[in-house]
Design a protein around this ligand. Structure first.
Ligand SMILES: *[C@@H]1O[C@H](CO)[C@@H](O)[C@H](O)[C@H]1NC(C)=O
Ligand SMILES: *[C@@H]1O[C@H](CO)[C@@H](O)[C@H](O)[C@H]1NC(C)=O
Ligand SMILES: *[C@@H]1O[C@H](CO)[C@@H](O)[C@H](O)[C@H]1NC(C)=O
Ligand SMILES: *[C@@H]1O[C@H](CO)[C@@H](O)[C@H](O)[C@H]1NC(C)=O
Ligand SMILES: *[C@@H]1O[C@H](CO)[C@@H](O)[C@H](O)[C@H]1NC(C)=O
Ligand SMILES: *[C@@H]1O[C@H](CO)[C@@H](O)[C@H](O)[C@H]1NC(C)=O
Ligand SMILES: *[C@@H]1O[C@H](CO)[C@@H](O)[C@H](O)[C@H]1NC(C)=O
Length: 530
């Protein structure tokens, strides 16, 4: 049942990729620098449909770190930082940062090198991490044919694959060698087979990381570059790498989990959105995909970026206005195996549709913290942190789906947490019947989203009657700390870990971690649904 190569990969990963391990317990807030905060706190208008720069900067981000940290995030992912196409194009300006012209200069709209260093320093003072978005696959032109001499440092036509726009996404050669974009803004495909380009890109990412003390790299359009380009690039970065592989199949995406530390979990995102955007969405399709990913990806689902929204997809709140569906869907990334990523503005109920509508200016919200979804996110981040500290095995224990009694409910178990989700919608009164939830008989539990108490039954199961279609995230009160920020009035935590036989703080040595990974992999393998 256990494949030795997979086991070896897990051991190797835990031995070498210390940076991955440092990201494992993090929670990431994704922002578009131009749209997050202005440097002087002003609130200029920002019509997303115009696709122009609106005035956000790195200094603006520094000024709003309290806002991000108060929600419980301890990392940010910022949009690309390098110099882009200047001026207007058929698709507006390069405010999003994905239209590189010069990889060795910064985008001055967002500030200076010192401003970016100051952002990195300010994050590190708060024990927060900085993830920077990088584009390797292409440069952006403004005409067809493009002006190659405008690109730096790759200013010759011979540095690029010859012009052809991708026409067949089922042909991987086409996907890797032809161009994204169109004749208005061609995304000119770098010849990433050329050894000079490879070594330039590798040393570039290395200096980018060291110049700005970057902690992690999000890599754009990964599936458009040959797979064997990535291991050396990731190694050169020296930090955690997470790749965008926009594809709905775990079988396709899994290959990229072999060449980068991690991927954004797009295969799960598709059924996640479908499951919660309407009542009656298919929850089994979501759990089935997660189980596939758990077995197909190199590190299971553990290091994947688990997200509901990003800058490329219509916001979830453009698909439904049902508050209960929204809160259930938002809960998912925080109770799943991967590293949660939340796209800025979701907490302020932003509901922009497809690009460019989904890149609203956050200053127009006033950054109000006393809002239901802001509180929801605070509770979710707080609960995840409590689970991590209550069970040092939490982050390497794979999510299991328990029988919950109905098609419109899910019971997601990741001890000491049991998330009860539903897509019944706000007019539903969901009930979950989870006979073997794994709690201690009759133990006191709390729904960390409301701080309502309940008890496990004599078999450690739960029967829960909900209301208003709300999700519930149950944890033993003994797993919450009185000094924590989650339902601390009820918390009785302190000795929870040893009393429950969880591994306490002494589990830091490599053999023990390896044993955890082995055990969780074994547990996970037996779960594979064929
Ligand atoms: C995450 O885990 C590391 C150990 O790998 C620990 O030093 C750090 O304090 C943890 N951070 C958080 C936010 O829990
Ligand atoms: C930018 O160019 C587009 C397409 O030509 C045009 O519709 C838009 O009005 C221009 N915007 C500005 C601010 O010039
Ligand atoms: C092409 O780019 C170069 C370098 O930026 C510039 O000097 C030249 O004017 C551009 N040519 C055209 C036709 O825009
Ligand atoms: C795949 O795409 C490449 C590049 O466009 C093309 O040369 C090749 O003929 C395509 N292969 C098939 C089987 O269509
Ligand atoms: C890093 O800094 C050096 C020295 O200032 C500079 O030459 C180099 O271009 C910078 N690299 C990046 C990617 O910013
Ligand atoms: C992925 O999308 C393609 C194209 O829409 C579809 O044919 C295929 O069934 C999807 N696969 C999964 C696993 O949903
Ligand atoms: C829901 O998804 C599962 C797993 O993909 C599939 O077997 C089932 O047929 C789907 N149910 C409906 C009603 O589409």
């Amino acid at each position: 049942m256990l494949r030795p190569t997979l086991l070896f990969s897990l051991l190797a990963a835990s031995a070498l990729a210390a940076t991955s391990d440092q990201w494992r317990n993090r929670s990431i807030y994704q922002l578009v620098t131009d749209r997050f905060a202005t440097p002087d706190g002003s609130s200029p208008s920002c019509d997303t449909s115009q696709r122009q720069y609106c005035g956000g900067t790195w200094k603006g981000v520094v000024n709003k770190l309290d806002y991000i940290q108060n929600m419980g995030f301890d990392a940010i992912w910022i949009s690309p930082i390098v110099a882009n196409v200047e001026g207007n194009t058929s698709y507006g300006e390069a405010y999003h940062g994905y239209w590189t012209q010069n990889i060795n200069a910064l985008n001055s709209h967002f500030g200076s090198a010192d401003d970016l260093k100051a952002l990195s320093d300010a994050l590190h003072k708060r024990d927060m991490y900085l993830m920077v978005d990088v584009v390797v696959n292409h440069m952006a032109g403004t005409a067809d044919p493009p002006n190659f001499s405008a690109f730096q440092p790759f200013s010759s036509q011979s540095n690029y694959h010859s012009e052809c726009f991708i026409s067949n996404y089922d042909n991987q050669t086409d996907v890797e060698q032809c161009w994204l974009g169109d004749k208005n803004v061609p995304l000119v495909d770098l010849d990433t087979e050329d050894s000079n380009i490879v070594s330039t890109m590798n040393s570039w990412v290395s200096t980018l990381v060291s110049n700005f003390s970057v902690d992690g790299v999000r890599i754009d359009t990964v599936k458009h570059v040959r797979k064997d380009f990535w291991p050396d690039f990731a190694k050169a970065s020296g930090v955690f790498t997470i790749g965008e592989v926009l594809h709905n199949e775990t079988g396709y995406v899994s290959a990229y989990t072999e060449v980068l530390d991690s991927v954004l979990d797009y295969p799960t995102w598709f059924p996640l959105v479908a499951a919660f955007q309407t009542t009656g969405g298919n929850l089994s399709a979501l759990s089935a995909t997660v189980q596939q990913a758990q077995s197909a990806y190199k590190n299971g689902e553990f290091m994947t970026g688990s997200f509901l929204e990003n800058h490329d997809q219509p916001r979830f709140q453009s698909l439904t206005q049902d508050d209960a569906l929204i809160r259930n869907a938002m809960t998912w990334p925080f109770v799943q195996d991967g590293v949660p990523i939340m796209y800025y503005g979701q907490e302020q109920s932003y509901g922009g549709g497809p690009d460019p509508a989904n890149r609203e200016a956050l200053w127009l919200s006033g950054y109000v913290e006393d809002k239901p979804l802001v509180k929801h996110v605070q509770a979710l981040n707080g609960a995840r942190k409590a689970a991590i500290s209550a069970n040092s095995n939490y982050l390497t224990t794979a999510v299991k789906f328990l029988s919950s009694g109905s098609e419109s409910t899910l019971a997601v178990s990741k001890p000491p947490m049991l998330a009860l989700l539903t897509n019944g919608g706000s007019s539903s009164s969901p009930s979950w019947s989870v006979p073997s939830a794994g709690f201690i008989a009759n133990e006191e539990l709390v729904d960390v989203l409301t701080c309502n108490k309940l008890n496990a039954d004599s078999n450690g199961g739960v029967s829960v009657q909900g209301s208003g279609g709300s999700p519930q995230v149950l944890m033993p009160v003994s797993s919450l700390s009185k000094s924590g920020n989650v339902c601390s009035d009820l918390a009785t935590g302190g000795q929870a870990s040893s009393a429950r036989g969880w591994f306490g703080g002494a589990a830091e040595s490599l053999p023990l971690i390896a044993a955890f990974l082995f055990a969780s992999w074994a547990a996970q393998s037996s779960l594979i649904i064929i």
